[in-house]
Design a protein around this ligand. Structure first.
Ligand code: IPT
Length: 931
């Protein structure tokens, strides 16, 4: 249960001008099913590995053809009897023979550094044992200078999948093993920079940066730009570092024999009156939890992928990252320094599975584990202490509470008083500096905001949501209401969405999740809960995040435009403001807007520009975009936007009942033909159709399926997925066709009376649907609307309404009113686990066509629609998107409403104002065939 053995004391991660050699690449590899079955003598230099396969280091063996990944969330996939692990402990032997580059200083010490081995590695160089690593996502260094020779060095690492360390690494992610981060040989010259701790604070009152270095006496710092030369400390006027303006000063930490390039950011983190401030200003974390994940490489995330994450975050208004639940690859933090992200750096620690035993035997309070806990914290803090981006230390995740955590906190505070300590599991806040909760519903956050907490200590602390708005599948809903709380209460300082990326792994033509590798114990698709898909395509959830958390808010009336800055540090000088005026979705004028200089947090009221008179629905869209390119986006990248309603729609002439119903084998009315028995529309103009019929069902989302009392269970118990339609009457009135039905689930007594009232004038057909609940409804409704089947070739979709993306009642900030064009295929959001998706909201009209022929639907005034090539039942039944095969129709849903999304897969459900209840309702649409 101890930490590893033989390693050098932890120190800062840096590169220098001293010699170094990357040992990444192809290694010899052999996997044994257990430690006992592993070959003897692998450490010997003359061991014959010629029959072994090769493996790429860094990498996981399970993703390179040896064994398979396995996913569990909370449960340990082995019996809980710490520190023992299964005898069937997959063991991977890795061997590499390497030469030193010419000029390697052979008489100097050298360190062999492993940035991450999962979960435990025993290391030999040239036959000599160096020690054992534990702490998968933490570095280990071994002294090897005395063992090196110019040619033919033999490095051997025996990695066990399971070790006592596994008990501390029960994070919600794939179990995958191996040397998954870089291996480097570093010359460590005598008299060089062994380690250093840079302190770079900023005094926002004086504007001075204070720089000092804690290190061996011969270590000095030079920052040419600041005129700092061979110093140990300095005080100079500087521009501060912030996530919004990540100003870095390049310098060198040096001794007579070694020079280490450093990038210095001056900033001061403080807690003042229960509020976290940075450089004197309150900050709001608009954050995400980031696991390291790549769909083919797992946690062996290449640098360009880490950069892709940072760029995507910056472009979507993310300003903070919690490195859940372990320190990331060290290069990620360099990117955070450079591009500007606040970081909560979390230690590699989670013992969640003990929760299933009521925390009986939890290592967090067991003194036998103290050294392991402290070791992990030391290695986190020492490695990452010089990063300006790191503004808080986190002890770990879901390890309950106990003395070992308290010991980590006090060690960290002692070692680095410049950063607050975070840990969500300390619910009483006995040893943390920040009160943190995960998935607290809005009302709880509101209570915390009002300082109504019964716990006196917590009432004095800043509050953050270290996890909120679970981004599993379609959702999360309710982000806007969280933002409102972050703005209402100064000490409620934002949060971190769970989570950044879906951990899907490429396999069998789709993204695999738990169970897809035949695991006996697994947690299904709970690992697919990110704002980006496994290939990092932004999901609608990320687009919504970017809008909800935009740092500038633009609102207004027909007279005035309000621009609010929600930046914490920078002014609006880097933005330009442009406007476009559209009438019925067509641009009629545009221009740029003069916005006065504004510092962080200010607002201004501006006059609406002179707009041309035009008849129709007029919307003014104002966009704030980057005036010049930054390191993370081009000039013109839109940071924020707002839409202001200027003119109302011109009235459309209503359909007046003029056509007579024709009675024969079919009933005919205007452009429509109906089946006399069912009353269903069978043809409109030249197009055969089926429907429209009342529809209340949707393919449950992960959030519908979540929680202890999931909505989808109530819906299925109410039979909403198998409603039966009984025709009460197909009534021919003179100028109307009235179809009265009762729609109800089998075996149950309640239902819905649905009356269809059809009228026509010339080429248009109008439907009024009236629904009336019959009996007591036990649950909410997934949707209330109509479905109809159209010819498969109608795949071009155009609409005037909200777009371009999908939108639901509680996740619809990111859509704007406009005219949009797409295809049935592109309307789909291919969630890794199939579920309801693709709803387009508030359509005034919709045209679904092929070569200009097809159908137009108009609302009174609006409707939502979803179009797909399969049925809702197909979608409900599918477990992976590639199971969905186009049917012989395009299926179109036209909805009055859908239930909101919520975030019940982990967290609060749909907020009351977004729930859809069975109640009396009327819904009218006009259908026009296009030919
Ligand atoms: C929370 C975990 O911290 C996180 O790792 C993840 O598992 C998340 O849940 C769900 O996806 S813990 C939970 C008990 C709220």
């Amino acid at each position: 249960m101890g930490p590893g053995t033989g390693a050098l004391p932890p120190r800062a991660f840096f590169t220098s001008d001293a010699a170094s050699l990357s040992l990444d690449g192809a290694w010899r590899f052999h996997l044994s099913p257990s430690a006992a079955a592993a070959p003897a003598g692998v450490e010997r230099e003359d061991f014959d590995d010629s029959g072994w396969s090769t493996i790429t280091v860094p990498g996981h063996w399970q993703l390179q053809g040896h064994g398979s990944p396995a996913y569990t969330n909370v449960q340990y996939p082995f019996p809980i009897e710490p520190p023992f692990v299964p005898s069937d402990n997959p063991t991977g032997d890795h061997r590499l023979t390497f030469d030193l580059p010419s000029g390697w200083p052979s008489d100097e010490p050298a360190a062999l550094r492993f940035d991450g081995i999962d979960s435990c590695g025993r290391v030999w160089l040239n036959g000599a044992e160096l020690g054992v690593t534990r702490g998968s996502r933490l570095p280990s260094e071994f002294e090897v200078g005395h063992l090196l020779r110019p040619r033919g060095n033999v490095l051997v690492v025996r990695v066990h999948q399971w070790s006592s360390g596994s008990y501390l690494e029960d994070q919600d992610m794939w179990w995958m093993s191996g040397i998954f981060r870089a291996v480097t040989l570093l010359s460590r010259p005598r008299g060089g920079v062994a380690d250093f701790h840079l302190h770079a604070s900023y005094d926002h009152v004086s504007g001075l940066g204070r720089l000092s270095i804690t290190a061996a006496p011969e270590v000095l710092i030079t920052v040419p730009e600041l005129g700092v030369q061979d110093a140990r400390s300095a005080e100079v006027p500087v521009e501060p570092w912030s996530a919004e303006n990540p100003r870095l000063y390049d310098g060198f930490v040096h001794t007579a024999v070694e020079r280490v390039p450093v990038r210095i950011g001056f900033r001061t983190v403080a807690i003042e009156d229960g509020v976290i401030t940075i450089n004197g200003s309150r900050v709001v974390f608009r954050g995400v939890n980031r696991h390291e994940h790549h769909p083919r490489l797992g946690r062996a995330v290449p640098r360009e992928t880490a950069l892709a994450d940072v760029l995507l975050m910056k472009r979507h208004n993310v300003n903070a990252v919690r490195t859940s639940h372990y320190p990331p690859d060290p290069h990620f933090l360099q990117l955070c320094d450079e591009y500007g992200l606040w970081v909560i750096d979390e230690c590699d620690l989670e013992t969640h599975g003990f929760g299933d035993l009521g925390w009986e035997g939890n290592p967090s309070d067991d003194p036998r584990w103290t050294e392991s806990y402290l070791d992990r914290m030391r290695r986190t803090v020492e490695r990452d202490k010089n990063h300006p981006s790191v503004v808080m230390w986190s002890l770990g995740n879901e390890a309950h509470t106990g003395r070992n955590l308290a010991a980590m906190a006090s060690w960290a505070r002692d070692r680095d008083p410049s950063r607050p300590v975070h840990y969500e599991g300390d619910r009483e806040c006995e040893y943390v500096d920040v009160y943190s909760r995960m998935y607290a519903p809005h009302e709880e956050v509101e209570e915390i905001g009002r300082r109504e907490d019964t716990n006196a200590r917590r009432r004095t602390l800043p509050f953050i949501l270290c996890e909120f708005a679970h981004a599993m599948g379609n959702g999360p809903g309710g982000m806007l209401e969280y933002r409102e709380l972050f703005e209402r209460y100064r000490h409620v300082q934002g949060g971190f969405i769970w989570e950044w990326i879906d951990h899907g792994l490429e396999a069998d033509g789709h993204y695999a999740y738990g169970g897809d590798f035949g695991e006996k114990i697994h947690d299904g698709n709970f690992v697919i809960d990110g704002l980006v898909f496994p290939d990092r395509t932004p999901s609608p959830g990320l687009v919504e995040f970017a809008k909800v958390f935009e740092p500038v808010r633009i609102t207004g009336t027909a007279q005035s435009i309000r621009v609010e800055s929600h930046y914490d540090h920078v002014s609006l000088d880097h933005l330009r403001f442009d406007w476009v005026y559209e009438v019925d979705g067509a641009e009629v004028a545009s221009g740029s807007l003069d916005v006065p200089a504004m510092t962080a947090g200010e607002h201004a009221e501006l006059q609406v520009p002179q707009l041309p008179a035009a008849s129709g629905e007029g919307w003014l869209t104002v966009r704030a975009s980057l005036a010049t390119a930054t390191t993370w986006a081009d000039a013109g990248h839109v940071i924020a936007w707002g839409q202001i309603a200027i003119a109302e729609a011109a009235p459309v002439s209503p359909v007046t009942a003029v056509e007579l119903v024709g009675v024969g084998d079919v009933l005919s009315l205007g452009p429509g033909e109906f089946d006399p028995a069912s009353g269903l529309l069978t043809r409109i103009g030249e197009h055969p159709v089926q429907g429209p019929r009342l529809d209340l069902w949707r393919a449950p989302t992960d959030n519908d399926r979540g929680s202890d009392a999931p909505d989808d269970r109530a819906w299925r118990e109410a039979g909403l997925h198998r409603l039966q339609h009984r025709v009460i009457e197909v009534g021919v009135r003179e100028k109307a066709l009235v179809v009265r039905t009762r729609v109800a689930p089998p075996a149950l007594g309640f239902g819905m009376l649905a009356d269809y009232h059809w009228t026509a004038d010339g080429g248009r057909l109008r439907l009024q649907l009236d629904v009336t609940p019959d009996g007591e409804w036990p649950c909410t409704l997934p949707r209330l609307g109509l479905r109809l089947a159209l010819p498969a070739e109608l795949t071009t979709v155009e609409w005037f309404g909200a777009g371009p993306g999908e939108a639901y009642a509680d996740s619809r900030q990111a859509v704007r009113t406009g005219r949009f064009k797409s295809t049935v295929d592109d309307l789909r959001t291919p969630y890794v686990f199939p579920q309801e998706n693709g709803n387009r909201a508030d359509a005034r009209w919709l045209q679904i066509t092929a070569g200009g022929r097809g159908l137009r639907v108009s609302g009174e005034p609006v409707f939502d629609f979803t179009a797909r090539r399969w049925t809702t039942e197909d979608l409900d039944a599918a477990r992976h998107p590639d199971e969905l095969k186009p049917r012989e129709h395009v299926h179109l849903n036209l909805d009055l409403a859908q239930n909101g999304l919520g975030t019940a897969s982990c967290g609060p459900g749909v907020l009351p104002q977004y729930r859809l209840y069975a109640q009396k309702a009327s819904f009218s649409l006009t259908f026009t065939p296009l030919s």
